[in-house]
Design a protein around this ligand. Structure first.
Ligand SMILES: C[S@@+](CC[C@H](N)C(=O)[O-])C[C@H]1O[C@@H](n2cnc3c(N)ncnc32)[C@H](O)[C@@H]1O
Length: 278
């Protein structure tokens, strides 16, 4: 098993975190004990495109109230809570980073969704679930951190039921990405390896999953990420206070480099919806 230390350290010092979310809400006049999912959902989504992106995935995957859904690399649990709140289904979130896992549990209790949403601490490459446990397996902008994509997709296909759906979005490698740029992304963004649009399609097919939908999100994300860099810059003093000036400055340089790769065609994004054979 590859070392998980760098990705855990990355998320332990991430500018988007539970304290930052609760402080932003308090500044807007919502105390933690008055928090509802209707309010929280616009502040806790750590992927591109916010709840609209969740809605597209939910509709494309056909998620229903009687489904049990697994969110692989669930972070602080924003999408898992939103799904349970909007659809009423049960959701399990799996994440490797203890600080993210603990935040996910606390935020879920705060908005009283813990009867529908539970979190497990664990690695996506060794999922702590029986075969065929879930109707839908999903993920958003997180599988880029997982080193062994063939094993990741094989794990998703193992835990989804026959006839069930795997639906995800992820950051992808494109032709213009150079070796040194990939090395910097590995070091600074903890992307050990990135898949391509064709590569994910091949991996799904190799695991008996037929691709129902495959969308290239590269142009959309290039636009969204310009706003996201501005959002991170607005959090700069917050990040410096919590994790130190060096981390805040390093984050800014790294994220600007990351966003630029989308503008020049080195990085892109993709959405996949696939069905496991019956
Ligand atoms: C960008 S966050 C995504 C959070 C969530 N999808 C959302 O939209 O709010 C990425 C998460 O992936 C988790 N992660 C990275 N590698 C993992 C692995 N091998 N197994 C489980 N979780 C992992 C990190 O701990 C982090 O919380």
């Amino acid at each position: 098993m590859t070392a998980t230390g760098p990705v855990v350290a990355f998320y332990d010092t991430h500018p988007i975190n539970e304290d930052q979310i609760l402080r932003a809400l308090a500044d807007r006049g919502t105390a933690a004990d008055a928090l509802t999912e209707e309010i929280l959902k616009d502040h806790d989504q750590d992927h591109f495109g916010g709840i609209e992106a969740n809605d597209i995935l939910i509709a494309a995957a056909g998620i229903r109230p009687d489904h049990v859904v697994l969110d692989v690399c669930s972070g602080m649990g924003g999408p898992a809570r939103y799904l349970a709140h909007r659809i009423g289904c049960r959701v399990v979130g799996l994440d490797l980073t203890e600080s993210r896992h603990a935040s996910a549990q606390r935020l879920t209790r705060l908005v009283h969704l813990d009867h529908l949403v539970e979190f497990r601490l664990g690695n996506a490459l060794e999922m702590p679930f029986e075969d065929a446990s879930f109707d839908v397996v999903m993920g958003q902008e997180a599988w880029c951190h997982v080193p062994d994509k063939p094993r990741l997709i094989a794990e998703c296909a193992r835990v989804v039921k026959p006839g069930g759906v795997i639906a995800f979005t992820d950051i992808l490698r494109r032709d213009a990405l150079t070796g040194p740029e990939m090395e910097r992304l590995t070091r600074e963004m903890t992307f050990p390896d990135l898949e391509t649009l064709d590569g994910y399609a091949r991996l799904l097919a190799a695991n008996d999953c037929s691709v129902l939908r495959r969308d290239d999100l590269s142009e959309l994300w290039a636009r969204i990420l310009i706003q996201r860099l501005e959002m991170y810059r607005s959090l700069g003093s917050d990040t410096a206070r919590k994790f130190g000036t060096a981390r805040s400055q390093q984050w800014d340089a790294t994220y600007a480099f990351f966003v630029e790769r989308f503008a020049v065609g080195g990085l892109g994004g993709g959405r996949f919806v696939a069905r496991r054979a019956d």
